[in-house]
Structures are given as structure tokens and as C-alpha cells.
Design a protein around this ligand. Structure first.
Ligand code: MRU
Length: 365
């Protein structure tokens, strides 16, 4: 069921952004985005592992369940991971949990994925609101609500800032999924693509499939179809020959953590695209909200990279079933992210605008 249908099913009225919806009723708050909905303690997430074959919504009842959902990438994307963790805490608080129980759940949630800074930052924001407030059942829900709304606004601002750079008829390469499945709003890199498309710029998207977990092949392709944006799906190793043939005008990627010097972590394969773009003299932009900047991280060397299970490299699994194509015990290397040095980045498209690396410390609010 898409967001609008879910919203109508909840008997709600008010549309707050291009892709995410929210409303209030007599009994409390309800938030609905493409990948999450929270309605007075009823928390549901779209199972992104089953996309695009099936749109299955999972009812989440405990922070422990949310941790498993985040670790297995049923929920993923830096902003959406943080938002999901906050709504899990909001649910716990609304059930009357004590401050100690909420603090304990927060530690668990923060440990679920290490690289994206949004998770730890958002959870800390909620905890601070709770510690400074008087009633966790109100303060935690209110803080989660603010984070949700802020992300929608940040995505819209990023989308418009980035679309200014996009020229008519551009062919844009992107990787992983940075759209409304990864955020509460229209997305970051994909948000720019959506706005440029709506502005009638006649763009064409090249989506890297993004091995090993295929966020590009499954999720970005799904979002392109939903938004009727012309696209071509490619295997990751096809980007170089497209660039050499002069078929890519711009590269837009998201980020999971941006160091103050401009180095940034993003989905594995991003560094290769940056090197290729640099070699072919193609503009390469990092597209992210200010919330992805880590003011305590001076350079990419300090970013912890999540290592994932061997089975993801030995084969694949999803709505299409499970397969292992390598020898069953093949030794593997499976970092979920890589770090791209700032020197390969043309510019950073933030909610406050398009800037060079030297201005990153000033983008943090
Ligand atoms: O492992 P994932 O799917 O959570 O990785 C997602 C990415 O790397 C995205 O590019 C990043 O989180 C930005 S999402 C707006």
C-alpha cells in the first residue's frame, strides 16, 4: 500500500510534503512516510528486503525487533535508520517505560549499525529531550516528531538546492538508494533527481545496481518507476565504460557520515565512482542533510566501517529467493561502506546550499 492509501486508511487529512504525510487526531500524532508509519504507538515499517516484488509492512513492537530490522536492512538509509530508532523509543515511552528502560533501549538501538552518524545523533537528541523534560511519554514522542518533520524539510531544501545545478537533458549516475525509502521525505541524491525531473529538465538516470545488497537494482529502480523518471539500470562495473563513452554528465551520491574535512563514507562502490568521475572530468557531488556531518570526525580515517556477513558476497537473497554461487566457504571481504577523500568531490549539496569542502564545518546547525 503506498503512503497516500495508508494515510487515507488511517482516516487522516493533512498532506505535509511531496512524499511524506502527517496529521494529528484527537488521540495523538500520526506520521506516515513511504517507508515508515507511526500512529499512537502503532509502528510499522516497509520491509525493504522484499522490494520490489512485494510491499510488505512489518508491525514493530519492541526496540529489540527494531534492532533486528535495522541490522537486516529491512529498514536502511542513514536518515531512515535514525528516524526508525527514534520512533521505536517513542513507542516504548508511550507504553509507559521508565527513563532507565528507554536509556537501555537507546544503547541497543545505537549499536545496530555503526557507520551512519544519523542513528547515534538522532537517538542522542531524543535522550536529551527526555532528560530535560518531565514526561517521557510526551517528550520522547515530541522529539521523534521533530526529527521526522525536520528530515522532510531538509530533503525538500536539498532537492531544490541540487536541482539548480542540473542542466536540461543531463544523464545522472547514482548508486545505492537515497530516496524516500531512505528518508522521511523525497530523499537526498534522489531528491535532487526528483525535483529536476519535476522541473521538466528531461533528465535520464543511470542507477548502479549496488552489490552486494542491490539497493540500486531493487530500490532505486523501484523509486524511478514510481516517480516515472526515465532510468537505465546498470551493473556496478559498467559505470566506467559509460563515462568513457561520454554518457554521464553528473554523479550524485548520498552519504552516511561526512567528516569535517569533507571525506565521507557512503555505500561500498562510491569511492570507485568518485575516482572514475575524477578521471573523466565529470562533476561528482555528495548530497546530504547537515545531520550527516559529524563535527567530531576530523577525517575519513576516523570513520568506522561496518563489516557484514560472508553470505551476502557468496550469493544473494531477497524476494527472488536465496542462492549461493561461490564455493560454500569462499573467503570474502564485505565492507558495507567505503570512504571517499574530499579531493575527489566537486561539491557538497546540503540543505543550506551547494558548497565546497572548506565550508562543511559551517553547515552544522
Ligand atoms: O546500507 P544502506 O542501504 O543503509 O546504505 C545506504 C547508503 O549508503 C546511502 O547512500 C546513505 O545512507 C544515504 S541515504 C539518504
Amino acid at each position: 500500500m503506498n503512503s497516500l492509501k495508508r494515510l487515507l486508511a488511517l482516516g487522516t487529512l493533512f498532506v505535509s510534503s511531496l512524499h511524506a504525510f502527517s496529521t494529528t487526531d484527537d488521540s495523538g500524532f500520526c506520521f506516515v512516510a513511504d517507508a515508515i508509519s507511526y500512529n499512537n504507538g502503532l509502528l510499522q515499517v516497509l520491509n525493504q528486503q522484499k522490494l520490489p516484488a512485494e510491499e510488505e509492512w512489518i508491525v514493530v513492537q519492541t526496540p529489540q525487533e527494531m534492532v533486528e530490522i535495522i541490522r537486516s536492512l529491512k529498514v536502511r538509509g542513514a536518515p531512515m535508520i535514525g528516524i526508525s530508532a527514534c520512533f521505536s523509543l517513542a513507542q516504548l515511552a508511550s507504553q509507559g517505560a521508565s527513563i532507565d528502560e528507554i536509556e537501555e533501549a537507546a544503547i541497543l538501538l545505537k549499536s545496530s549499525r555503526p557507520t551512519a552518524v544519523n542513528l547515534a545523533n538522532n537517538v542522542d537528541t531524543v535522550l536529551e529531550a527526555m532528560r530535560n523534560g518531565s514526561d517521557p511519554s510526551i517528550d520522547v514522542v515530541e522529539a521523534a516528531k521533530q526529527i521526522f518533520y525536520e528530515d522532510i524539510e531538509l530533503c525538500n531544501a536539498i532537492g531544490h538546492a541540487g536541482a539548480k545545478l542540473v542542466q536540461p537533458n543531463e544523464r545522472i549516475l547514482t548508486c545505492c538508494n537515497t530516496g524516500s525509502l531512505a528518508t522521511a521525505g523525497i530523499g537526498t541524491a534522489i531528491g535532487v533527481i526528483k525535483i529536476a525531473h519535476r522541473q521538466g529538465k528531461n533528465i535520464h538516470v543511470y542507477a548502479c545496481e549496488t552489490r552486494p545488497l542491490l539497493q540500486g537494482g531493487r530500490l532505486t529502480a523501484w523509486e524511478m518507476e514510481k516517480n516515472k523518471i526515465p532510468y537505465t539500470l546498470i551493473c556496478d562495473n559498467m559505470a566506467a565504460c559509460l563515462m568513457k563513452a561520454g554518457k554521464i554528465d553528473r554523479v550524485l551520491v548520498g552519504a552516511d557520515r561526512i567528516a569535517t574535512n569533507g571525506d565521507f563514507a557512503n555505500k561500498i562502490g562510491t569511492y570507485s565512482l568518485a575516482v572514475l568521475a575524477y578521471h573523466h572530468n565529470i562533476p561528482f557531488h555528495v548530497v546530504a542533510p547537515y545531520t550527516t556531518i559529524d563535527p567530531n570526525c576530523p577525517s575519513g580515517d576516523a570513520i568506522v566501517i561496518e563489516q557484514r556477513a560472508a553470505k551476502e558476497v557468496r550469493g544473494a537473497s531477497g524476494s527472488f529467493g536465496s542462492v549461493i554461487w561461490s564455493p560454500v566457504n569462499a573467503p570474502t571481504f564485505n565492507p558495507a561502506f567505503d570512504v571517499t577523500p574530499a579531493e575527489l568531490v566537486t561539491s557538497y549539496i546540503f540543505d543550506k546550499g551547494n558548497v565546497e569542502a572548506v565550508l562543511i564545518p559551517y553547515m552544522v546547525q
